[in-house]
Design a protein around this ligand. Structure first.
Ligand code: BGC
Length: 553
């Protein structure tokens, strides 16, 4: 006789806002891709007023902070990562007043706000680049190779495919590690440093709580700009040290920004949210130890842990990457971050192969020590959209071809909020990328209140994360488990992930809280289905869990 199990709700009221110092060490930070979150003016493109109107949803989901992708003045050659003016809001997304209103509403709700800063490059429409003489003083220009300078200065390739150099009418070449519309700034120039100090201050003065530093491993290039000597360089990012990424010199820039942030953090006004201002590095480094250099005590606070995101659906691989990440950040005294999806990668429901796996991976991630980043729509279990007509695609990687998959549009399709037909409450004027018909059943409205829905699983997980002091920052211990299974203990908490397709039986000293799949219990043992994850609260801090292969039949 087996009984299907139901789960309790967190009895404790949500914990009060986390104390000021170190709030980010265990924060759950929800990424808002502004163009695709909520459309306030009905032009089919998400904007700041549309995002602001949906902030209560983010609060109720249980996040501590939001990260806004770039909303600055931009020709939109790369979804706003080609910034023409960091101090102005693009009319597509609203006005400076709308940005201020977004910040104020978020703070009233107790949500902190992190904004994106793009220091490696600007738009080619930035005033500095439009002036040919100023451009040569502040960007990376070089003469070409070959008899008439007709060949690029070196063999560097753009991350989006093709050469990283474009020749100008004057005959010299400029560097762009991304699209040609994104020329690389020359960080040997003091004016560039001063300008970014001023940009950070501009937004700190408006009350932002931190910055996501785009391409934080870029900016500084190896002296002499040496050839890489290999092709398909985009595939080497995250595994090799390249002359244009992860150079030692970038750390001086991060130290300077940390001093600036610390000065603002000390200036905390009573009655406002604790004001520790932070920065998170989007840094691709060859291994966890090199990545940890970005979060040394005098550098940035956090770095995205892309090694976890890249791990296969394999218990041993996941355990290795978790151990490695924790060990590397422990060396510098920083917390680890965890992330499974963002606006640049295939959504994890699709990448891992199924929604079951994605739900299980999420529960594992949220059980780990440190801070977690969620990407809008993952809480709905949205899959990658692969059927996007070429005519509406926007991703510059798609158009530059050369082995790029062009799949970044597939994770950027506007969210389904309600109703049975597109644009599913996204706005009143359609959506800039088509939403699949199957998304009606994945909308926020359709999932709300359904205990089996992915949205409700995220809501419960985040509520437990707030209610249980043992989750978030702190330590963890692995427990014995059969191959294909991971069992871990935190203070008063147990988590078991079964990556196999066959069920396992679990006996745990504690109260079952939550699972990514329906569970059954018999004779005190819980049957954990294949490709699922479950959480227990244990009143015994050192609570045990025993995991066994399930007897056949
Ligand atoms: C952003 C991308 C962007 C690139 C160039 C990043 O890593 O996340 O979306 O295309 O930087 O700015």
């Amino acid at each position: 006789m087996t009984d299907e199990l139901t789960f309790p709700s967190p009895a404790a009221p949500p914990a009060p806002d986390r104390p000021g110092t170190g709030w980010w060490r265990e924060a759950v930070i929800y990424q808002i891709y502004v163009r695709s979150f909520g459309d306030g003016d009905g032009d089919g493109i998400g904007d700041l007023p549309g995002a602001r109107a949906r902030l209560p949803y983010v609060k109720e989901l249980g996040a501590d902070a939001v990260w806004l992708t770039p909303f600055y003045a931009s020709p939109q050659a790369d979804g706003g990562y080609d910034v023409a003016d960091h101090r102005a809001v693009d009319p597509l997304f609203g006005t400076l007043d709308d940005a201020q209103a977004f910040l104020d509403t978020a703070h009233e709700l107790g949500l902190r706000v992190i904004v994106d800063i793009v220091p490696n490059h600007t738009s080619d429409q930035h005033p500095w680049f439009r002036d040919p003489d100023l451009a040569r003083a502040r960007y990376v220009f070089r003469p070409g190779r070959g008899t008439h300078g007709e060949l690029p200065p070196n063999d560097w390739e753009s991350v989006f495919g093709g050469p990283a150099w474009t020749r100008t009418e004057r005959g010299d070449w400029y560097l762009h590690l991304f699209a040609p519309e994104q020329p690389d700034l020359d960080w040997d120039r003091p004016e560039v440093h001063d300008e970014f100090d001023a940009i950070l201050r501009f937004w700190l003065d408006r009350g932002v709580d931190g910055f996501r530093i785009d391409v934080a491993h870029g900016m500084v290039k190896a002296a002499g700009l040496p050839d890489v000597g290999r092709r398909q360089q985009a595939r080497l990012i995250g595994t090799d040290v390249l002359p244009f990424f992860d150079q030692d010199g970038v750390h001086e820039i991060h130290r300077r920004w940390r001093r600036l942030l610390d000065a603002y953090s000390r200036d905390h006004r009573p009655g406002t949210l604790p004001a520790e201002r932070i920065a998170v590095a989007e840094a691709w480094a060859p291994d966890a130890r090199r990545l940890a250099r970005y979060v040394r005590p005098d550098e940035l606070h956090q770095a995205f842990n892309f090694h976890f995101l890249q791990a296969e659906w394999d218990a041993a691989a996941l355990r290795a990457v978790i151990d490695d990440s924790l060990a590397a950040t422990a060396l510098v005294g920083a917390p680890t971050t965890w992330v499974l999806s963002n606006h640049d990668v295939v959504r994890h429901t699709t990448r891992l192969g199924s929604r079951d796996r994605a739900r299980a991976a999420t529960l594992l991630m949220l059980a780990l020590p440190g801070s977690a980043y969620l990407y809008q729509g993952e809480e709905l279990g949205l899959p990658e959209v692969t059927e996007i007509p070429d005519a509406v695609r926007q991703d510059p990687a798609f158009f530059r071809g050369d082995g790029q998959d062009g799949f970044r549009d597939g994770c950027r399709v506007p969210l389904p909020w309600s109703g049975t037909a597109a644009p599913y409450g996204f706005g009143s004027g359609g959506s800039w990328l088509p939403q699949p018909a199957s998304w009606a059943e994945l909308s926020v409205e359709a999932q709300t209140g359904d205990p089996a829905a992915t949205l409700e699983m995220y809501r419960s997980a985040l509520a437990w994360r707030r209610a249980l002091p043992g989750l978030g920052d702190g330590r963890m211990t692995w427990l014995d488990a059969p191959d294909g299974v991971l069992a871990l203990r935190r203070h008063g908490f147990l988590c078991v992930l079964n990556t196999r397709t066959r069920p396992v039986e679990v006996t745990a000293e504690g109260e079952l809280l939550l699972a990514s799949a329906p569970l059954r219990a018999a004779d005190g043992r819980v049957c954990l289905p294949g490709e699922s994850c479950a959480w227990w609260a244990s009143r015994i801090p050192t609570g045990k869990v025993a995991v066994h292969d399930r007897a056949p039949g």
